[in-house]
Design a protein around this ligand. Structure first.
Ligand SMILES: [Zn+2]
Length: 189
């Protein structure tokens, strides 16, 4: 039995498999795969992990949280630097995502169109609204920086919703708008 175990494990090591199967029962009687790294039964390991979860998890999480709070600023600044250095990669990943998930992208746009439709009162002067959008496009071309038309009071806010009317619209740069999301900026609230 032991010899067969060792043989299978050696094969797994050579082929690079993380687990191997012998067909023999483990000392606790499980008919399960073994880990190549230490020859342990997977079911036994799983049970040990479950036991650990019950007894030590809360404690462990508390330690992790405390450590994170302690190093938060350092970690955040690291992340920011990483993001700046790899910005193009994130963009490509996002483009890939959009190409692969074009259905959900269409859905998102549909939802947005519907929201705008419901937020537009019948008495609003649509010409004025269009003028703002045209001005935004003009600014895009003149400055070469991407601008968005933003709702000062978001039309999909958490506890209150704005309207799609000229005095609730402002032109922001794309980055300002994206960092604002659906919050009311303090200067405008
Ligand atoms: Zn076992």
């Amino acid at each position: 039995m032991r010899e067969r175990d060792d043989k299978e494990r050696r094969i797994a090591k050579i082929t690079g498999n993380k687990r191997y199967y012998t067909g023999n029962l483990c000392p606790r009687g499980h008919d399960a795969e073994r880990y190549t790294v230490n020859g342990r039964c997977c079911t036994c390991a799983y049970m040990t992990y479950q036991d650990w979860l019950k007894t030590r998890k809360k404690e462990f999480n508390a330690i992790q949280r405390a450590s994170h709070a302690k190093h938060r600023e350092k970690q955040n600044s690291k992340c920011k630097i990483y993001y700046k250095e790899h910005k193009q990669y994130f963009r490509w990943a996002h483009q890939d995502w959009r190409e692969n998930n074009y259905r959900s992208d269409i859905l998102r746009r549909m939802v947005r169109d519907k929201r705008i439709k419901y937020a537009t009162p019948p008495w609003v002067d649509l010409l004025e609204v269009t003028k703002i959008y045209l001005k935004c496009r003009e600014t895009n071309i003149l400055t070469g920086i991407k601008h968005h038309v933003d709702h000062i009071e978001p039309i999909a806010g958490k506890d209150r919703c704005g309207l799609h009317v000229p005095w609730n619209l402002q032109i922001l740069t794309a980055s300002e708008n994206c960092s604002k999301k659906n919050k009311v900026t303090s200067a405008n609230s």
